[in-house]
Design a protein around this ligand. Structure first.
Ligand code: SF4
Length: 470
């Protein structure tokens, strides 16, 4: 484990308050998901359907993206392609500069987090204001999201009250949820009225109709995409689906898996700028399609399955590692099992090879994933990529975690276990010299007892019982 990762894990485990908040939130979400899918058969059918829809989209990705571009343009949505996060940021900045926007309101978007868009815009003199309540709280706290669905899930209302009191002393908010929400509304309303441009994410982009679908619960997404003159949607290229009739099963899977809701409060279907005679809506809509390493992931038939992800967060909610650490310990935009598979592929296993190891491989993530992504299998594949690197693989940094000392130890281990004479000789010797075995084995025994060698080997016991050779 890298020293940085160990420090972050230590901090997370040492923070009782965060651990309590995360645990409570995860327990609640797990229970809600469970109640949302009372019929096991219905769930199985839905998951199979979700997997097929997303799998079909990925199998036809280039064609569907071209179709999406064509139909969006026909609807009046201007489509931009960004190969990297830097390119994506540049495109957004160009649009904002053209309109002289100095303030931009934002709906929740993990892709914009991936691009580091807020920091980039701030450096260019443009003020981004998060309008999702969780993201707004984090912007005040200068933190990154801890969860992909509930970004501020690690904070309790008292922490939020303290933040509001420090940043907006003129607005009394109290400490109860209603008061805090009302205060946030009051603060944001002014921004909604002033901003020339709004930025949002996209949950699904429908190729056949050129429609952008965006789900949310707070109404801020609708305001960001309709009130300002310009709407910019940022979207990973994998979010495309072929047809409009594929949306309902995906939305059902997404909302029930994420929050246990049958449907979100707002489902926004954006199919172009304001038309003649319409009373509201932006004058311009832009779609920025971001690759940022996804094409490379897509080229690998096994690893590509991670691009089926619909960002529900269920794998995180059910992960015993995530539910103890929270998202910040991972040090990446996407935490939990989804992040441990996606991030090392986007950024390189040489940089983030710790993440596939940050799993107990209990299989819970794969069990709950609504689009049946084989997360445990992908984690194992990436662990192997870090050590060996599969032939023809395009994983960045493959083989970089291979250490000569480890290789030597495993080669010896394999040799000893493959040779009965050596095995018996060495285990016999170990039992006799067991008092020499250290009681501490470095990091391995930091959280568990070091193994104690038995006074008699299994073979000796079997011999004493007259069982050897049976
Ligand atoms: S990997 Fe599966 S469970 Fe995890 S966020 Fe994506 S869709 Fe949800």
């Amino acid at each position: 484990m890298s020293p940085e990762f160990r420090v972050r894990v230590g901090q997370a485990l040492g923070n009782e308050r965060v651990r309590r908040n995360i645990r409570r939130a995860m327990d609640g979400l797990v229970l809600k998901r469970c109640k949302a899918f009372p019929d096991e058969h219905e769930l199985t059918v839905l998951r199979r359907r979700g997997k097929l829809i997303r799998g079909h989209a990925l199998a036809n990705l280039p064609d569907l993206l071209r179709e999406l571009e064509r139909n969006c343009e026909r609807n009046g949505i201007r489509v931009h392609w960004a190969e990297t996060a830097e390119e994506g940021n540049g495109i957004v900045l160009d649009i904002l500069r053209r309109h002289g926007a100095e303030l931009v309101i934002k709906g929740k978007s993990m892709v914009s987090e991936e691009m580091g868009l807020n920091a980039y815009l701030e450096a260019q003199g443009i003020e981004p204001v998060e309008t999702d309540l969780g993201e707004f709280i984090l912007q005040l706290a200068d933190e990154r999201p801890s969860h992909i669905i509930g970004p501020a899930i690690h904070k309790d209302r008292l922490e939020v009250a303290e933040l509001f009191a420090n940043h907006f002393p003129e607005i009394p908010s109290g400490e109860d949820i209603e008061g805090l929400t009302a205060a946030a509304r009051q603060i944001m309303r002014e921004y909604f009225g002033r901003a020339l441009a709004g930025i949002s994410g996209v949950n699904f982009a429908v190729a056949e109709t050129g429609t952008l679908c965006l789900v949310e619960n707070e109404g801020n997404g609708r305001l960001c995409t309709t009130v300002p003159q310009v709407h910019i949607a940022v979207c990973g290229i994998e979010k495309v689906i072929a047809r409009l009739d594929q949306l309902p099963p995906l939305l059902t899977l997404l909302t029930r898996s994420a929050t246990g809701q049958p449907i979100t409060t707002y489902v926004n279907m954006i199919s172009g700028p304001r038309r003649e005679g319409e009373l509201d809506g932006p004058g311009e809509v832009h779609l920025v399609l971001l690759d940022n390493g996804r094409s490379r992931v897509h080229a690998d038939r096994e690893l590509r399955s991670i691009l089926r992800c619909i960002r529900c967060g269920a794998c995180m909610n059910h992960c015993p590692v995530y539910s103890r650490l929270g998202g910040h310990a991972y040090g990446t935009v996407y935490p939990g099992p989804i992040g441990s598979v996606l991030e090392p592929q986007l950024q390189g296993i040489d940089r983030l090879g710790d993440l596939p190891d940050a799993s107990s491989l209990c299989g819970a993530c794969g069990e709950v994933c609504p689009v049946r992504i084989p997360l445990p299998g992908l984690l194992r594949r990436l662990r192997a990529e870090g050590i060996r690197g599969r032939k023809g693989s395009r994983v960045i940094g493959r083989g970089s975690r291979r250490k000569p000392m480890h290789q030597l130890i495993w080669a010896l281990w394999s040799r000893v276990n493959a040779c009965p004479v050596l095995y018996r000789g060495l285990t016999g010797l170990a039992t006799r010299l067991r008092w020499l075995v250290p009681t501490s084995l470095g990091p391995w025994s930091r959280t568990r007892a070091a193994p104690v060698i038995a006074p008699r080997s299994l073979h000796e016991l079997a011999r004493a019982e007259g069982l050897e050779g049976e």
